[in-house]
Write a protein that binds this ligand. Sequence first.
Ligand SMILES: C[S@@+](CC[C@H](N)C(=O)[O-])C[C@H]1O[C@@H](n2cnc3c(N)ncnc32)[C@H](O)[C@@H]1O
Length: 393
Amino acid sequence: MTTQANIYSGFQDTEVDLELSWSEADLPERERTKHVHRLHPYLGKFVPQLVEIFLNRHFSKDSVILDPFAGSGTTLVECSTFGCRSVGVDISAFNALLCRVKTAQFNPFVVETNLRGALNELSMHVKDVRDQLTLDEVLTPLDGDLSEGTSEWLAAWFDPHALSELLTYRALIRKYPETADLMKIVMSRSARSARLVTHFGLDFAKEPQTEPYYCRKHSRTCQPTREAYKFLHRYTLDSIKRVKEYERLRKPVDVTIHHGDSRVIEYGTRFDGLITSPPYPGRIDYHEQHRYAFDLLQLQDLRVDEIGAAKKGTSRSSVDAYVNDITAVFANAREHMSRNALAVIVIDDQRSLYDGILADAGFSIQERLRRHVNRRTGRRQGEFFEEIILARA
Ligand SMILES: C[S@@+](CC[C@H](N)C(=O)[O-])C[C@H]1O[C@@H](n2cnc3c(N)ncnc32)[C@H](O)[C@@H]1O
């Protein structure tokens, strides 16, 4: 049987950078998802330890680092614990919010007081709404009209009780302005878990699951969830713990986050380096994966400008458009980078697009490193590798 240990021993003579390839034992999930890195799930993030290694190898505390595809903020969080300034851009308003919350400098005492206070208040309302039957009946005004800003999508993807608990929490957020954004993330994470989806289909659910179902994860019949409170409770406590842990590690450095299009954004500052992982053509819908948050928080939807979205597919014209768009992002970044500054790009370049993209954007490739990507699922057939391109501006 192929084991993790003999996979890695087989790499000794290959071109895999062993310092960048970890087995589960070397780098367990709790390390990959340490402190704020797991404030909210996000499909398509890279391992924080990768960023940490490149910051240590090539940059200093005086560096200013750009991530034009900031995503869930992995680069920005790592820059703040390393102790250097960073700037991130993302087209998804939810991702920009998540980056802001993860890198905010919170007073841990205020975080604990506010988040527990809101949860206590919510628990009083939960009892009232549990006994109600329909959404109309449970949407009793708490502070204004709770039903304001609900959508058909929310009504379809949540049990009325779960939705009422989320909307009650949403109404409470405005009472706590200092921690409002953090509470929005707690609410979004709870909403993700409280959707009408199977336990094994959290990432890729296509239809609401309204009936009991045979659960592949638990090997028994499971019920679609009817409540959000238990998740709000769980993630409130978890978020308080994570924010406190991060607060002890982070340095008091500046983090700037732009919600916008990195093809055209005007940065207004110079960068000493760039660390990023671009979207791949036709693989993930970055807006759609957090649809619950867009609807609950009524965030601005800029999905038409999302590069490489799964929905756009992988036809010849989609891949051509992808190449033009990514080239524009790197060309724009390069204009703001110091001469010879290093770009670290983590990519699964299956279509061999990046030689052309980087040359057209004005970069010269210095090195291509290869790393093994550990998959926790235990599937060992077809080991998966990704590349890290080092290029000079
Ligand atoms: C692979 S993910 C980055 C993940 C990130 N490294 C992390 O660890 O969380 C790519 C990101 O690019 C963003 N994106 C796509 N098109 C964009 C555009 N035109 N401008 C800025 N960001 C964009 C997506 O929203 C997505 O969050």
